[in-house]
Design a binder for this molecule. Structure first.
Ligand code: NDP
Length: 479
């Protein structure tokens, strides 16, 4: 069935809220709003056998989807974006309640908008056959074929957007997809998939909401050709081992601890807002957020003051209250990591500029916006990933030392350099060990620009033509 026919089929379906359509008839796991503790809905819980059944359906659907041709798949990307836009507010509301992120700021509405934008952008790239050799004697062309079934395993911080990052290129290249959402945010992903499936043919995209054992089976499954994973480095290692027996292709987007380095010619006031959001986007729960900031002696006080001003004017609270731009941590485990790291920094003599106190009696998993100055470069708040709203600001007097400290960790996802002189910043950028180095911005992912990690932040590229090639099988034909 073509996407157009599928849309026609669903147009006559009785209208129901997305939540009504995805909740199980009975049972299920109660999901609560991390800001208030209120019940959001009940998530179905799949077993390993359900995963096997989903993979079998995806295997059966894949040849037809591949044969449908590139134009059909390109149109399906746009139809999927249209479907998301038509239910954008409902998706954003559910995302806000389950994940905790506010509707406004670079949060829930922004994330839903990014889903549509990424689908449209993925429709516009293409991978054409490439003539490799044509010298009159030898000829060789490189084609890119579908891999088969792609398994997608995602996190809880950007559950809809990261799912689209995995789903869109995979489908575009003629693969079918089985996705396992994070156990913390299954409703968001199920609602997204429900909307996408209103325009996709049967069996092309299947969601299996289960806990880690379902993900473990997906990463071992003999009929799954590739795993796209975003999550912690530790789980990434487990998946690499599990996928080894069947030599699956892997894209691993793992944790980071991104450094930002301010150079001594920067204008503190001009850069403060962008530094703040580079660190505090999604209340700090972003793989490629800035997690440590290195500032030269000469600008240290001014940068601290400018950041403090921005921090004071960024309201934190319940996601559905329109004024808020920062929210709670998504879960208690993550909140406790932030509490521990800031407490350790304080105990070691660091100076808290704002925040730094957690009220265990207050409802929700909130931790206040926190800036920590005069922190030792080896403090755990600097060298461990906090993944929350607490930024350590490290003073430096020697740029070479700052670069050395930025490179000292085993992870290397993103990094940034802040300077009035782009050429000078580019020289520093060239010395940083990371998948991406931004200049005068941080975490600004773009569907046209390949994104991936260095060192233990993972491997494989997402987005653009590079991303499409990663979900395909290169096939050389030579005569
Ligand atoms: P995890 O890496 O534990 O989980 C990510 C996904 O992997 C989830 O869907 C999880 O399922 C699944 N999973 C867990 N175990 C296995 C397994 N053995 N085989 C296959 N899949 C599995 O991340 P968390 O969500 O628990 O977050 C922990 C830390 O990871 C954070 O503190 C943060 O540092 C980092 N992180 C990084 C992200 C990034 O964008 N790079 C995003 C989120 C977290 P289930 O939830 O059901 O267990």
């Amino acid at each position: 069935m073509s996407p157009d026919q599928t849309a026609a089929r669903d147009a006559g379906a009785p209208s129901a809220s997305l939540l009504e359509r995805i909740e199980p008839v009975e049972g299920g796991r109660a999901m609560h709003d991390p800001a208030t503790g209120e019940l959001v809905g009940r998530a179905p819980e799949a077993a390993v056998e359900d995963l096997d059944a989903a993979v079998a359906r995806a295997v059966a659907a894949q040849p037809g989807w591949a044969a449908a041709g590139d134009d059909v798949r390109r149109r399906a990307m746009h139809a999927a974006a249209d479907a998301i836009e038509a239910r954008a507010e409902e998706l954003a509301d559910l995302l806000s309640r389950e994940q905790g992120k506010p509707l406004n700021g670079p949060n829930a509405r922004f994330e839903v908008g990014a889903c549509a934008a990424w689908l449209r952008a993925t429709a516009e790239f293409s991978v054409e056959p490439e003539v490799i050799v044509d010298d009159g004697t030898d000829h060789a062309e490189l084609h890119h074929r579908p891999l088969g079934v792609v398994g997608a395993i995602g996190p809880w911080n950007w559950p809809m957007m990261i799912s689209v990052w995995q789903i869109a290129p995979s489908l575009r290249m003629g693969n079918t997809v089985v996705i396992k959402p994070s156990g913390y945010t299954p409703l968001s992903v199920l609602a997204l998939v429900e909307v996408l499936n209103s325009v996709l043919p049967e069996g092309v995209l299947l969601a299996v909401p289960g806990r880690g054992e379902v993900g473990a089976r997906l990463s071992r499954h003999p009929d799954v050709a590739k795993i796209m994973f975003t999550g912690s480095t530790e789980t990434g290692r487990t998946i690499v081992k599990a996928a080894g027996d069947t030599l699956k292709r892997l894209t691993m987007e793992l944790g980071g601890n991104d450094a930002g380095i301010v150079l001594d010619d920067a204008d503190p006031q001009a850069i403060a807002e962008d530094i703040f959001w580079g660190a505090f986007i999604n209340t700090g729960q972003t793989c490629a957020a800035m997690k440590r900031l290195y500032v030269p002696d000469s600008l240290y006080d001014q940068v601290c003051e400018s950041l403090l001003e921005v921090a004071k004017n960024a309201p934190m609270g319940v996601g559905r209250e329109e004024q808020n731009v920062l929210g709670p941590l998504q879960n208690a485990v993550q909140r406790d990591i932030v509490v521990r790291l800031v407490d350790e920094a304080k105990a070691a003599g660091a100076r808290v500029l704002i925040g730094g106190e957690h009220d265990p009696e207050a409802p929700g998993f909130f931790y206040p916006t926190t800036l920590v100055a005069d922190v030792d470069p080896q403090n755990p708040l600097v060298i461990e990933e906090q993944f929350g709203p607490a930024l350590p600001i490290i003073r430096y007097s020697d740029l070479d030392e700052a670069i050395e400290q930025a490179n000292a960790l085993e992870v290397g996802l993103g990094s940034s350099v802040w300077s009035a002189d782009v050429d000078r910043a580019r020289e520093v950028a060239a010395r940083l060990e990371a998948g991406t180095t931004w200049i005068n911005k941080h975490g600004a992912v773009d569907p046209r620009m390949p994104f991936g990690g260095a060192k233990q932040s993972g491997y494989g590229l997402e987005f653009g033509e590079h991303g499409l090639k990663e979900v395909s099988q290169p096939h050389l034909i030579s005569w």
